[in-house]
Design a protein around this ligand. Structure first.
Ligand code: TYM
Length: 321
């Protein structure tokens, strides 16, 4: 089994990324697993080149600080040539309709002028990420499931049309923390690219700021916590966050608090303690750019070497090279 997943530096790493994805990547820890910073994916909407470069480095540091071994990480753009070639092969395997059906594309393209073509094709690049490395299991949050399904369909189609090259991957979702919601608007998921960050807890936020964000979390007209995700999404979100951080379940946590205020403080404390070591270690790593550069180079060499034979086989089988 090989687990493989990535995170896009379209903003700073937030609590949903950590609870729903990164902390599990660190805990699973198989010898073949690989995790990466998908910086090429952060160019599908208007972006700032210098900002992107800085965030990619920051995310690499966050992955390592979260406990993923340094020899299991890399940065996507270091494999830009291999991925560019494989993306083209897979675009020639994917139909326009399949790409246009992606929910994230429809949501992000809605009402936008000058939508970049890459916003439509980015799930194909994501399939190339996965298939190049021969991943079998792709641990992601709920929002990425459809993209992994596309990678699965493309692998099957390529294998049956041209010959067996690709491992057929599957999405693996977490039991808890798959969809952490925005504290200020619990009807939507917490996202690093949300313009108003009042309800988004970032991994590198100062503890006091984390506490303030939890105190202002939107709840409802009731006052005693109960776990009712449909009717009371704000409180359910706080209960889920606290349960993931403390290794319990939301209904169990609900029984322990008599007021929303006490629940908010407990959730803030749990998140601050969960993030503290990650934050501290990330800041240390960012102070040692030489070490980060060394880790990045070694990761790129390993990932490129691992994918090489699949790319050359795919090119040959499709009638090129
Ligand atoms: P990205 O950067 O949007 O998110 C990284 C991971 O965090 C999960 N996640 C969440 N989980 C729970 N609650 C939330 N509020 C929340 N927000 C985000 C995501 O599901 C994801 O697992 N396209 C991908 C990166 C990518 C990738 C890949 C992943 C590129 N190539 C290949 C797997 C395999 C993305 O933008 O994730």
């Amino acid at each position: 089994m090989m687990r493989f997943s990535g995170i896009t530096p379209s903003g700073h790493t937030q609590l949903g990324n950590y609870l729903g994805a990164i902390s599990r990547w660190a805990a699973d820890g198989g010898a073949e697993d690989l995790y990466f910073v998908s910086d090429l994916h952060a160019m599908t909407t208007t972006h700032n080149p210098a900002g992107l470069r800085g965030r990619a480095t920051e995310m690499l540091a966050v992955l390592i600080a979260s406990g993923i071994p340094a020899e299991r990480v890399f940065v996507q753009s270091d494999l830009a040539r291999e991925l560019g070639a494989l993306t083209w092969i897979l675009e020639c395997t994917c139909s326009y309709g399949e790409a246009a059906r992606m929910i994230q594309f429809k949501e992000k393209a809605k009402g936008q002028a000058g939508v970049r073509l890459s916003l439509l094709t980015y799930p194909v690049l994501m399939a190339a990420d996965i298939l190049l490395q021969g991943a079998s299991d792709v641990p992601v949050g709920e929002d990425q499931r459809q993209h992994v399904e596309l990678a699965r369909a493309l692998a099957r189609r390529f294998n049956s049309t041209y010959g067996e090259v690709f491992t057929v991957p599957r999405a693996v979702l977490p039991h808890a923390g798959a969809r952490v919601r925005d504290l200020a608007d619990p009807t939507r998921k917490m996202s690093k690219s949300t313009r108003d960050s009042a309800g988004v807890v970032f991994v590198l936020d100062e503890p006091e700021l984390v506490r303030r964000k939890f105190r202002k979390a939107v709840t409802d007209g009731e006052s005693v916590p109960a776990y009712q995700p449909e009717e009371r999404p704000g409180v359910a979100n706080l209960l889920e966050i606290l349960a993931v951080c403390t290794g319990t379940t939301p209904p169990e946590v609900a029984g322990q608090y008599r007021s929303y205020g006490a629940l908010k403080d407990a959730a803030a404390d749990a998140v601050i303690e969960t993030l503290r070591p990650v934050r501290e270690r990330t800041l240390e790593l960012l102070d040692d750019q030489e070490e980060l550069t060394r880790i990045r180079k070694a990761g790129a060499a390993r990932a490129a070497e691992r994918g090489e034979h699949r790319l050359s086989s795919a090119l040959r089988l499709i009638g090129a090279g």
